[in-house]
Design a binder for this molecule. Structure first.
Ligand code: SF4
Length: 301
């Protein structure tokens, strides 16, 4: 049983960009976008869980589906949720255009998180992010910048390293495992005996994708809201006996690999690198848990 304070709705897996570090494999060529009716179903289910206060809309890039995003934000706000959006700010080509884009959201959203770093743009603080910041200031919309450090700036011996202020460390899952893991030192596979990034027992929030899958970590599903209400999914989730989170909680990705006797390399960039490889190897065994294809880099354009 988990108690949620927030849900993050992935409106689409599509994105204007195809960043090397993206752990949901966002891409212009990706497929999977939710309908407005299904957003409403998820909001209704979220309201039935009285502890949920925050609803975030993200992707992919949620502004790609502007009318869907606006309709979803209006619905969530009118239901009394605090509302956030995560975006790469591609739409903020000028301050004036950004103001017009954001104006309908003014007074409806409590957080606008903008991704800006050297994965997304050619400057750590992109012109688009600066324009979005100026527009948000004009409209009194709270805005924060999400920035992920380059691999070489992080000392993976400590998993903390010299991360510049305001930046987060990269996790080598999703596309990052394929595109970036070779740029950092590797460590013996059996040292990864814990999950360092997610609280799999009490996550506080879950991600729900366009197909209704509820992700405890990206690509690890605990149910589908189009088959069972979110409240029942949360009540039924038993982290210790779940086929994937159980072994991870018992001994990290190393135990997941050991438990299912999976082939593995001698060393990995981080825990997520080993974890995502082992999950990919287990997909045929646990198809309803390790899903959908989009989370494993399969593109159906
Ligand atoms: S170790 Fe596995 S479960 Fe933990 S954050 Fe990384 S990919 Fe997710």
């Amino acid at each position: 049983m988990i108690e949620l304070s927030g849900v993050h709705l992935l409106l689409t897996y599509q994105c204007t960009l195809e960043c090397d570090h993206c752990f949901v494999w966002g891409s212009p060529w990706q497929s999977g976008t939710i309908s407005g009716a299904n957003v409403q179903k998820i909001l209704d289910q979220s309201r039935d869980i009285h502890t949920i206060r925050w609803v975030y809309f993200e992707g992919g890039e949620p502004f790609l589906y502007y009318s869907l995003l606006l309709r979803s934000v209006r619905a969530a706000s009118s239901m009394g949720f605090k509302v956030g959006i995560v975006s790469n700010s591609f739409w903020a080509t000028t301050v004036d255009d950004a103001v017009e884009c954001l104006r309908p959201f003014a007074s409806l959203i409590d957080d606008l998180s903008i991704s800006s770093d050297l994965y997304h743009w050619d400057a750590a603080l992109s012109q688009q992010a600066q324009n979005a910041q100026a527009a948000a200031d004009q409209l009194d919309i709270p805005l924060g910048i999400i920035s992920i450090a380059q691999p070489e700036t992080v000392d993976t011996d400590t998993a903390i390293g010299r991360i510049p202020t305001g930046e987060s460390t990269i996790m080598y899952r999703g596309r990052a495992a394929e595109e970036l893991a070779d740029r950092v030192p590797h460590h013996p596979w059996d040292q990864f005996d814990t999950c360092p990034f997610e609280d799999l027992r009490d996550p506080g929030r879950v991600h729900i994708d366009p197909f209704g899958y509820v992700h405890i970590c990206q690509g690890i599903s605990i149910g589908n809201v189009f088959e069972q209400p979110l409240a029942e999914i949360c009540a039924a989730y038993d982290p210790g006996t779940h086929a994937i989170t159980g072994p991870i909680l018992a001994g990290g990705p190393a135990e997941l690999t050991r438990r299912y006797d999976l082939p593995h390399q001698a060393a990995y960039a981080d825990a997520c690198h080993l974890c995502s490889q082992s999950c990919a190897a287990l997909r045929s065994r646990f198809p309803s848990i390790l899903t959908p294809d989009q989370m494993f880099g399969v593109t159906w354009a």
